[in-house]
Design a protein around this ligand. Structure first.
Ligand SMILES: Cc1cc2nc3c(=O)[nH]c(=O)nc-3n(C[C@H](O)[C@H](O)[C@H](O)COP(=O)(O)O)c2cc1C
Length: 194
């Protein structure tokens, strides 16, 4: 397996020694997994799996321990939220900020029908105004960097220049673009500042 060369990564005001990110993996990227990956590969930051805003708002935090727990041995942690309602996202952003998040990401890349049907995941790119309102609401609720994750495929023409302008105006700090560079354990995400 070809191992990519690691370089420093600068995102806004923060600089990280490595440009490797432990991506969000539903059912896998819980705290014990992240402690192991932090110990052996020292990513710039790790991500939680996608956490639904509705779950976060309507279930007790103790019932969601596997999703929201952050271990003291972990490095910087990005909480990934899933949702489509600006006011729910604002509240969820406040909750994860108080739980010790270092960064916050909104999932705009999930292609799964069940998520898209509820207006979440990659279907968010179809509604630029709503996306603007969501990111703006998140930025109003936290001082932490806010990003979105998108998936760019050949057949996917959802991501275009106009959308990029909307994202820039929304206050988004950076954009995470899914790119396949052939890694299996550390998921591969190319990161760019907006
Ligand atoms: C089991 C599994 C769960 C995933 N869960 C999420 C998720 O919760 N949120 C997300 O944005 N991406 C999720 N992804 C996508 C990965 O984060 C990653 O972008 C994708 O696997 C591509 O990386 P790779 O080429 O290294 O496999 C998941 C992928 C897998 C295989």
């Amino acid at each position: 397996m070809k191992v990519p060369r690691l370089n420093p990564l600068v995102l806004g005001q923060t600089s990280y020694p490595s440009n490797l990110i432990q991506g969000p993996l539903a059912g896998i990227s819980c705290a014990p997994f992240r402690v192991l990956t932090a110990r052996y590969s020292q990513p710039a930051f790790s991500c939680t799996e996608m956490i639904s805003c509705k779950t976060l708002l309507h279930q007790s935090l103790s019932a969601q321990k596997r999703l929201v727990m952050k271990d003291s041995e972990e490095g910087p942690l990005c909480f990934q939220l899933a949702g489509s309602d600006p006011s729910e996202l604002a509240l969820a952003t406040k909750i994860v900020s108080d739980l010790g998040a270092d960064l916050i990401n909104l999932n705009c890349g999930c292609p799964v029908k069940k998520i898209r049907r509820k207006g979440g995941g990659s279907s968010l790119l179809l509604e630029p105004l709503k996306l603007y309102q969501m990111i703006h609401a998140m930025k109003q609720s936290t001082k932490l960097p806010v990003s979105i994750k998108i998936r760019v495929e050949h057949k996917n023409e959802l991501f275009h220049e106009d959308l990029l302008k909307v994202l820039k105006d929304s206050g988004l700090d950076f954009l995470v673009v899914l790119a396949d560079i052939g890694l299996s354990i550390m998921t591969s995400l190319a990161v760019t500042t907006v």
